[in-house]
Design a protein around this ligand. Structure first.
Ligand SMILES: Nc1ncnc2c1ncn2[C@@H]1O[C@H](COP(=O)(O)OP(=O)(O)OP(=O)(O)O)[C@@H](O)[C@H]1O
Ligand SMILES: [Mg+2]
Length: 157
């Protein structure tokens, strides 16, 4: 097996792509034999990051690209979610619990908190007016039995 394995996908900012993105990353991560809990953590984190790109990055726009890159190195999954949207002025403030710029959309300001809770590492790079990249990584504990069930559910075997 190659030392580093990579996958990338690109899709538009329509809301339906949020569920597609989390399933795609979960299906890719399945080769690491994750537990169901780890799969669920990854799906939640990807879902939060992609939702942010759609509702904040591309707020008020109907077109915009979102790129997800995944990298597997040994037992670690790295996922980055990039948009070319409005960007974030103050990243540390944006990452504070319950900080939201969209209270009118009934947002609770907990997206970054969930990403940090469910992944081992989260870093955010953003430039106002240019876009945002959220990079996350998680070490996966291999669980062969569960992987058989998971592969079946995903349709790999
Ligand atoms: N991709 C992005 N582009 C522009 N701004 C962003 C992006 N991601 C996050 N932000 C900013 O960071 C803030 C905090 O994000 P976070 O996900 O923690 O909370 P939220 O999206 O406001 O609420 P919740 O995720 O709980 O629904 C957002 O309100 C927004 O201002
Ligand atoms: Mg959010």
């Amino acid at each position: 097996m190659a030392d580093i394995q990579r996958m990338s996908i690109e899709f538009g900012c329509e809301p339906d792509n949020e569920s597609f993105a989390r399933v795609a990353v979960a299906a890719y991560a399945a080769r690491l034999n994750p537990t169901l809990e780890e799969i669920s953590d990854i799906k939640t984190a990807v879902s939060e990051a992609v939702t942010n790109s759609i509702i904040h990055g591309y707020y008020g726009r109907t077109e915009g690209k979102i790129i997800i890159e995944c990298e597997i190195k040994e037992d670690r999954l790295m996922v980055s979610v990039t948009d070319m949207g409005v960007g974030i002025e103050d990243i540390s403030k944006a990452m504070e619990p319950m900080y939201t710029t969209r209270p009118e959309l009934e947002r609770s300001g907990m997206g970054f908190v969930f990403m940090e809770a469910f992944m081992d590492e989260v870093t955010v790079e953003s430039t106002a007016g240019k876009g945002t990249t959220v990079k996350m990584s998680k070490k996966i504990t291999s669980d062969e039995q569960i992987n058989d069930d998971l592969s079946m559910a995903v349709g790999y075997n």
